[in-house]
Design a protein around this ligand. Structure first.
Ligand code: AMP
Ligand code: MG
Length: 419
């Protein structure tokens, strides 16, 4: 069957995503310690338990003073004050500065009462018992005031935020030992095909190395999941269902690749799952990635995606359908990849009635289609940082035409900031 000979109604990409969205429920949240919450999505707002900072403190090593004492200070007429204490960070003593005196103070140490400024040690002679100042200091100099970062009770992190290192720091700084997060979806990846050999093993003519399962597991992790690939499933209908069912107790999503084409007797995934009646196979109006299957399996109604076997088809299918689904599981409404407008550097072709996702290299506001646009051409995928979208109604576009372009995750695109 040629790629253009499409029979029967095609489901649109949007309708298919909507259908997936209607099935997938967010995973229930649980309280996790900060270390374990890393990478998970918050299911609560995190407020500052106290003001940050919670006490006035020094931002430098120096001397706490009353700024009015230093008003007359100059190079020619130094002001010298007795040093009455040394306050280190963590010192909880209640210090009170008397007029006409100074206290040595370290970065992060609590400002003594009545002091209104800190003079950096570099501006002084650094004395221990007496200190001389050669210039005045403004009130508030080098002081970090209570609430200068955040006021007690203010919301620092909102529901739906992923706990990346910065957010972990914010939660810890606001006194949280645990946070309520949705767990990372557990994804099991199975690839099917008698032709598949494990990478690293010798290749016999007629066989290929399995790239899909590694790629899909990596994509799932990139989308916030915990993913494991399982051994390759042979092309036997009888073996496919047990291989899937075996993993349902520890999976929130199962992803298979291969075995869902348009009617070969080797389409074992389709044949095995069609019997259950809970997984729907359809043609989506896109290229690559037309044959798609989605539904639920097992007593726990675990969502399953059966992606086409060609690696580029599997890649594009994952980014368009599985990635948003992993977002829904994490309580994220939209994990879709951002897209930008760009101008084509060369002409492209696309089948009528199907939306093409061509591999390209995006640089600034230009996108260059890669050579090697067939769905088995993994080498070109390895060079891509973007997917060029050619709408259903276009069969060819010319150099200079404007296209929507999906920016691939973590793509380094000169001159483009993905939103
Ligand atoms: P299928 O969807 O099973 O008909 O496979 C379509 C094409 O994708 C065939 O050329 C397969 O050899 C190839 N393919 C299937 N699974 C994988 C895999 N795990 N890794 C690499 N290529 C695959
Ligand atoms: Mg196959």
């Amino acid at each position: 069957m040629t790629q253009n000979a499409v029979e029967g109604a095609l489901t649109s990409v949007e309708a298919y995503v909507d259908e997936i969205r209607s099935v997938i429920r967010p995973l229930p949240p649980s309280d996790l310690g900060l270390a374990d919450a890393e990478g998970c999505v918050l299911a609560e707002d995190v407020a500052a338990a106290v003001s940050l900072p919670s006490f006035d403190n020094s931002s430098m090593d120096g001397y706490a003073v009353m700024s009015s004492d230093l008003t007359p200070a100059s190079e020619r007429s130094m002001v010298t004050l007795p040093v009455t204490a040394e306050i280190a960070a963590g010192d909880t003593g209640a210090y009170r500065l008397a007029p006409g005196t100074a206290m040595k103070i370290m970065t992060g140490a609590r400002l003594p009462a009545e002091a209104d400024a800190v003079v950096p040690v570099e501006w002084t002679d650094g004395g221990d018992t007496r200190v001389s100042f050669s210039r005045p200091v403004a009130a508030g100099n080098a002081v970090r005031y209570v609430g200068g970062d955040a006021v007690a009770g203010s919301i620092l992190l909102t529901t739906g935020t992923r706990m990346r290192p910065m957010q972990i720091a914010v939660a810890a700084s606001s006194g949280r030992r645990t946070v309520s997060v949705r767990p990372k979806p557990r994804v099991v990846v199975l690839s099917t095909g008698d032709e598949l050999s494990e990478p690293g093993t010798p290749l016999v003519p007629g066989r290929i190395w399995d790239s899909n399962s590694y790629m899909i597991a990596a994509l799932a992790r990139e989308a916030g999941a915990v993913a494991h690939r399982r051994a390759v499933v042979p092309d036997e209908v009888a073996g496919v269902l047990p291989a899937i069912l075996e993993h349902l107790t520890h999976a929130d999503v199962v992803i298979t690749t291969g075995g869902v084409s348009m009617g070969g007797s080797h389409d074992v995934v389709k044949a095995a799952l069609a019997k259950l009646g809970t997984v729907t196979f359809r043609k989506v109006g896109m290229q690559p990635g037309m044959p798609q299957g989605f539904g639920v399996v097992g007593p726990g109604d675990v969502p399953i995606f059966t992606l086409p076997g060609n690696p580029v088809s599997a890649y594009v299918s994952f980014q368009l359908f599985v990635r948003p689904a992993l977002g829904f599981l994490q309580g994220l409404d939209d994990l879709r990849l951002p897209s930008v407008s760009a101008s084509l550097t060369s002409a492209v072709r696309s089948p009528s009635g199907r939306r093409s996702f061509l591999r390209g290299v995006l640089s600034g506001d230009k996108v260059a289609p890669l050579t090697g646009q067939e769905s088995h051409q993994i080498a070109a995928l390895g060079r891509a940082n973007a997917l060029i979208i050619v709408p259903e109604w276009e069969t060819q576009l010319s150099a200079g035409d404007t296209v929507d372009t999906i920016v691939l995750p973590l793509a380094s695109v000169p001159g483009v900031t993905a939103s």
